[in-house]
Design a protein around this ligand. Structure first.
Ligand SMILES: *Cc1c(COP(=O)(O)O)cnc(C)c1O
Length: 452
């Protein structure tokens, strides 16, 4: 370890508190210092080159080092680095981006409420749907239904909507009037059942929950099209049509959290197109700027926007950085590049089918119980016994062992328990996918050896 790296690590331990981190453990070990990025690779302070198969945190969709995005931010910062949308003012970057998003998103979704992150989007939707129903004369429609093992961010509302038990356990969550149904995670919870039947049953829990709470009490249902942080959980095809039917039948607003799935990840601009979902509210962040600046947007349907407008009262909600001009400028440029480089068809017709084919090769590895992918997200399930699909014990920590071995081999994969997941930049090439698969196979072999 170089002295330069050690100095940064010491100051980091002394002063920088990291998200979702055991501070004691990290301080003992020292953080890896990432210095720069180029395309799908990042480089650390020790000169190691890492294939970033997580695109940062599911966000660097166009890859690192895109000068156009840097220039868009610089140009906007020179002209107007900041102004807000409060107090009856506006600016061109926010207007241009909201117009662009209205064109890109499915029919009927024509209004953007800007935020600084995915969590802020989900705080916004909680307040917005309750305000909407109150405006409609139904103030008792407060309850929001979500799912166990969902991830909707880390603010109080985001963590409450999320279904992560270890998050709820800290800080007395969830907030009131938020409840959860089971997730459509076939590998973990549905084995022995027909996957389509399982998907249908999990969706029908929504109907039971609505009836249990009372239709007149339920404001909305929120879900990720594919659960991301929960472990890249791809629902059976039977799931989403049934959810849609239930939301329509009981007049429950459908909030689709596409913070990961939006902007091409599933091979369409939005996963609600992939799954034919008709959201009332659509949460976007991460890929909206390819992560170059923080930004989020709640896309609001005509129906909800009309209700809020007819209310003729102030929606008492917003952030200093709602519609930040530089973030908007980067988002506009990010979308322009995606259009110019045909990123959607590159994903749908070219690189996602290739990734799917090569990723399936991992299924034959003795450690792997299942390999799955959809668009540019993929997962493998690590198992101790390939025949019975028995998991490793918690103490063995197979996922963590595999993740550390991957990094040492030059590959950034993430572990969610014993589920290994990837979400590479959308611009990854076939040759780089080959490299990813080679590194993954090598790392699985090394993990097998380490665990036996
Ligand atoms: C990351 C994520 C969020 C939270 O976004 P932040 O920008 O970290 O606040 C919300 N929902 C989903 C589905 C996410 O993946």
């Amino acid at each position: 370890m170089s002295t330069a790296t050690l100095t940064i690590q010491q100051q980091d331990s002394a002063h920088c508190l990291h998200p979702f981190t055991n501070f004691k453990e990290l301080n003992a070990k020292g953080a890896r210092v990432i210095e720069r990025g180029e395309g799908v690779f990042v480089f650390d302070s020790e000169g190691n080159k890492l294939l970033d198969a997580m695109a940062g945190l599911w966000c660097v969709n166009l890859g690192y080092g895109r000068q156009e995005l840097v220039d868009a931010a610089a140009k906007q910062m020179q002209q107007l680095p900041y102004y807000n949308l409060f107090f009856q003012t506006t600016h061109s970057p926010a207007v241009e981006l909201s117009t662009l998003l209205a064109e890109l998103t499915p029919e009927g979704l024509n209004h953007a409420f800007f935020t600084g992150s995915g969590s802020e989007c989900n705080d916004t939707v909680v307040r917005m749907v309750r305000h909407y129903w109150a405006s409609k004369g139904q103030p008792n429609k407060l309850e929001i239904i979500s799912r166990n093992n969902a991830y909707h961010g880390s603010t109080m509302a985001g963590a409450s909507l999320g279904g992560m038990g270890f998050m709820h356990a800290q800080g007395g969550l969830p907030l009131p009037n938020i409840s959860h149904i089971d997730q459509p995670y076939w590998f973990e919870e549905g084995q022995g059942q027909d996957p389509q039947q399982f998907g249908l049953e999990r969706a029908q829990q929504l109907e039971q929950k609505i009836l249990g709470l009372g239709e007149d009490k339920v404001a909305a249902f929120i879900a990720e099209p594919i659960q991301g942080a929960g472990g890249v959980i791809i629902p059976p095809d039977s799931y989403w049509p049934e959810i849609q039917r239930i939301c329509d039948k009981y007049d429950i607003l459908l909030i689709v959290d596409e913070v990961i799935c939006g902007f091409g990840r599933t091979g369409e601009w939005f996963a609600c197109q992939t799954y034919n979902i008709k959201p009332d509210l659509l949460c976007l962040a991460k890929g909206i700027t390819s992560g170059y600046l923080p930004m989020g947007a709640v896309i609001v349907s005509d129906k909800v926007a009309q209700g809020l407008t007819e209310a003729d009262t102030e929606f008492a909600h917003g952030f200093t950085y709602s519609g930040h001009p530089a973030a908007c400028a980067v988002a506009i440029e990010n979308i322009r590049i995606m259009q110019q480089e045909n990123i959607i068809s590159h994903v749908r017709d070219d690189i996602a089918p290739y990734l799917a084919q090569r990723w399936q090769e991992l299924a034959s590895h003795p450690l792997v119980g299942e390999a799955r992918s959809k668009g540019m997200v993929a997962a493998i399930e690590l198992v101790a016994d390939k025949n019975t699909l028995q998991r490793f014990s918690k103490e063995q920590g197979a996922g963590g062992v595999c993740r550390d071995i991957c990094i040492n081999n030059g590959l950034i994969m993430r572990a969610c328990g014993d589920t290994m997941i990837i979400s590479p930049p959308l611009v990854i090439t076939k040759q780089q996918v080959d490299q990813l698969i080679t590194l993954a196979k090598q790392s699985l072999d090394d993990t097998l050896q380490a665990l036996s």
